[in-house]
Ligand binder design. Structure first.
Ligand code: C2E
Ligand code: CA
Ligand code: CA
Ligand code: CA
Length: 270
């Protein structure tokens, strides 16, 4: 058994070496990607499911690697966070999203994901200000998405950052709601415009009473707080109908459209 354990251990450390090496490769490649325009934002529609149709788009980063092809954000955002490259990458996302949204014909909003590290960085507000100024985008058309993890500590500093963003006229969404240490009491102390229910609850809703109960608790509370509820990961018309009944007001998911480059984004809904 001992020998076996040792083999397993050696195997494990080998894999760790591989992993460390491939992370270093990705880190170097990522530096090139940022300077070489290999990063592109794709836009996924958000709809009110009604007459107004598409009210905005969420910007989701894609990396077109010259050799490896398409790399998804879950495979490079964590590395960007570990290496500090996230600040450069995050500023790029804000500038690029504002620039592209300003060129759209309608007045749809654009939602940009903020890494917790980016949110904590003292330059965030001036980066957002710069992106708005340079693009000329009306501030209310920009929305930033933050996750609840940023609210766990340093409450006063967080409230100040959120208020500075609000003072610029930017909208704020709380992303992936329900997955962290959510306390519904956050919602009264922070100025959120929207809450996005994590897609895991939407996919479980059909056969989990707990998932449905959580969705109900969130929509119930939002009614008294004047916050809009976005359901993410809506894939079927059954889910859509049900979520609407439960009081969700905005919807996002493959049912309505996949993330697309800015120039193709109108092809997602017919
Ligand atoms: P997220 O913010 O929760 O984004 C939603 C994810 O769900 C996206 O994955 C989207 O493509 C996917 N999705 C949308 N509709 C559906 C659906 O109907 N079914 C399913 N199964 N999935 C759906 P994606 O694009 O791979 O992004 C993953 C995560 O990477 C994002 O999760 C976000 O946390 C992060 N991310 C993406 N772009 C950026 C960025 O520019 N900056 C930062 N900091 N994070 C980003
Ligand atoms: Ca998001
Ligand atoms: Ca989300
Ligand atoms: Ca997520």
């Amino acid at each position: 058994a001992k020998r076996n354990g040792r083999n397993r251990y050696e195997h494990f450390t080998l894999e760790m070496d591989d992993l460390a090496r491939s992370r270093r490769v990705i880190e170097n490649d990522l530096r090139d990607a940022i300077s070489g325009r290999q990063l592109k934002l794709y836009y996924q529609p958000i709809t009110d499911g009604d007459e107004k149709g598409i009210i905005g788009y969420e910007a989701l980063m894609r990396w077109h690697h010259p050799i490896k092809g398409l790399i998804m954000p879950n495979d490079f955002i964590p590395i960007a966070e570990e290496t500090g490259l996230i600040h450069l990458l995050g500023a790029y996302a804000l500038y690029e999203a504002c620039r592209e949204a300003a060129s759209w014909e309608g007045d749809q909003s654009v939602s940009v994901n903020l890494s917790p590290l980016q949110f904590k960085n003292s330059s965030l507000v001036s980066v957002v200000e710069g992106a708005l100024r340079e693009s000329g985008l009306a501030p209310h058309r920009l929305e930033v998405e933050i996750t609840e993890s940023v609210l766990l500590d340093d409450t006063l500093g967080n409230i100040r950052t959120l208020q500075s963003l609000k003072a610029l006229g930017v909208q704020i969404a709380l992303d992936d709601f329900g997955t962290g240490y959510s306390s519904l009491s956050y919602l009264r102390s922070f100025p959120f415009d929207k809450i996005k229910i994590d897609k895991s609850f939407i996919s479980d809703m059909g056969d989990s009473r707990e998932a449905l109960a959580i969705i109900r608790a969130i929509t119930g509370m939002s009614r008294s707080l004047d916050i809009q509820i976005t359901a993410e990961g809506v894939e079927s018309s059954e889910q859509f109908a049900r979520l609407r009944e439960e009081g969700c007001t905005l919807f996002q998911g493959y049912l309505f459209g996949r993330p697309q480059p800015s120039e193709l984004r109108l092809k997602t809904l017919e």
